[in-house]
Design a binder for this molecule. Structure first.
Ligand code: MG
Length: 276
């Protein structure tokens, strides 16, 4: 019997209490709270988030901390704009991540997560050394607060992510596996990726999609069960690895169709988990 629990991503920008109420209304026991604006990381918001989560019995499994500045979600400008890899925005982004860690500490959430970016496959690339230095700094900052730092997958190959984790050498590092991202960026089959970094997986996004079909744009994100992610195989492999974290639904559209796809996705995953 699997102990995996379902969740959904909500945004702090919806309002801390409102975000938790949405999770509860959709019938999920867990969530990840995302935030791209560090100015929202206030003590007041932390108190409200923590109180409403406790009242409604919702567990916040990570603060998904976006960082400021220009991000281009494609294969051309993505390497120069996403995460901690680009050098110019790195110091400011590191500061934003630390504010996210402070906020997680106030809420009592044991991890933060972000996209580190297109980590260079070549370990001699100066951008690699700089990125690893920045990651050592945020890992230590999280460790001081009793937190883990989780890598959101997608822009790097699984083996490059594994090498990065080895080179940082901290014991509070984990992976938030987004299986669709590995496809969307053309980096790996997500089921096979577990052979490389499976023991590090602490969080999972339930998101679906396809490989790129040209060299410039990401593959297309799809509703759960309609893309190329083999969820029965993925969840069975996670169960075999002893994974007991959350399975957090992510659907990157907005409006009523997003809610409809989340509700349908919840049923889709419940059936698979019940069969494990
Ligand atoms: Mg994701």
């Amino acid at each position: 019997m699997s102990r995996m629990r379902l969740g959904v991503i909500v945004s702090l920008s919806e309002g801390p209490a409102e975000a938790i109420e949405k999770v509860h209304a959709l019938g999920f026991p867990t969530c990840q709270v995302t935030c791209w604006n560090p100015d929202l990381y206030t003590r007041e918001a932390a108190v409200q988030l923590r109180a409403r989560a406790k009242q409604l019995g919702v567990e916040v499994t990570t603060i998904w901390a976006g960082m400021p500045g220009r991000y281009v979600w494609d294969l051309i400008e993505g390497p120069d704009t996403i995460g901690l890899v680009p050098e110019a925005p790195r110091p400011g982004r590191l500061q934003a991540l630390k504010r996210g860690a402070d906020f997680a500490d106030w809420v009592g959430v044991p991890s933060i997560t972000t996209h580190v970016g297109f980590i260079p496959d070549n370990p001699s690339d100066p951008l690699y050394a700089g990125t690893v230095r920045a990651l050592k700094e945020i890992a230590a900052y999280c460790a001081d607060r009793g937190q883990a730092f989780w890598f959101e997958t997608g822009q790097e190959t699984p083996v490059t992510l594994l090498r990065t984790i080895e080179d940082i050498g901290a014991d509070n590092l984990g992976i938030n596996l987004d299986p669709a991202n590995l496809l969307l960026y053309g980096k790996a089959n997500p089921v096979d990726a577990l052979d490389v970094f499976g023991p590090y997986v602490r969080g999972v996004h339930a998101k679906d999609g396809e490989y790129p079909t040209d060299g410039r744009h990401l593959g297309v994100e799809k509703p759960l069960g309609q893309g190329r992610v083999n969820f029965p195989a993925l969840l069975a492999k996670l169960a075999a690895l002893g994974y007991q974290g959350a399975i957090t639904i992510e659907r990157e559209i907005s409006g009523p169709q997003q809610t409809a796809d989340i509700v349908a996705g919840k049923r889709f995953l419940e059936e698979i988990i019940a069969s494990l």
